[in-house]
Design a protein around this ligand. Structure first.
Ligand code: PRP
Ligand code: HPA
Ligand code: MG
Length: 175
């Protein structure tokens, strides 16, 4: 069977939810500057759209990490592939992710970032799959809770494809 994409969250619903999240974040960070940290590559579409909807001052930085599953030697530990350009000491950091699935990536990343003495660290994700959680991660802002299905679009890929879809879809017809 050929791969097809079934829409799970429409473009309109994603866009509207991002506006709401931007309003909530602007309220919560009133009087502060929020330092957005994008986890590449998946977080990039969401972070750009979210940043446009935040009305307090925003600065941005980017980080790339590689996660290793249970079947590899490093037992789920995250490795930094591209580090941040700037120090985060004293900053109000908001990590922006496309999805929290097992929680492994963020569990390790939050630990790494907290050691750099930011003023605060919070987490915003477009999608959360709570059923799949292996590592406990506190998520402060969630766009949508989704069921345990493999999703693509809005930054999320399947074998590097489909990141550019403007909606969230489920890949069907996988072997
Ligand atoms: O909660 P977890 O089980 O750790 O999964 C979530 C992470 O996995 C995906 O990234 P991936 O490592 O595939 O890289 P990408 O963003 O470049 O696609 C996603 O963007 C999250 O960062
Ligand atoms: O459902 C998913 N889709 C794409 N990438 C992912 N990384 C973790 N979960 C997912
Ligand atoms: Mg991915």
């Amino acid at each position: 069977m050929a791969e097809t994409i079934r829409e799970l969250v429409s473009e309109k619903a994603v866009d509207e939810r991002i506006v709401e999240l931007g309003k909530q974040i602007s309220k919560d960070y009133e009087g502060k500057q929020v330092h957005l940290i994008c986890v590449l590559k998946g977080g990039v579409f969401f972070m750009c759209e979210l940043a446009k909807r935040i009305s307090v001052p925003v600065s941005m930085d980017f980080m790339s990490v590689s996660s290793y599953g249970d079947d590899t030697k490093s037992s789920g530990v995250v490795k930094i592939v591209k580090d941040l350009d700037e120090a985060i000491e004293g900053k109000d950091v908001l990590i922006v992710e496309d999805i929290i699935d097992s929680g492994r990536t963020l569990y390790y990343l939050i630990d790494i970032l907290k050691k750099r003495n930011p003023k605060s660290v919070h987490l915003c994700t477009l999608l959360d799959k709570p059923e799949r959680r292996v590592k406990d991660v506190k998520v402060d802002y969630v766009g949508f809770n989704i069921p345990d299905e493999f999703v693509v679009g809005y930054g999320l890929d399947y074998a590097q494809k489909y990141r550019n879809l403007p909606f969230i879809g489920v890949v069907e017809g996988l072997e």
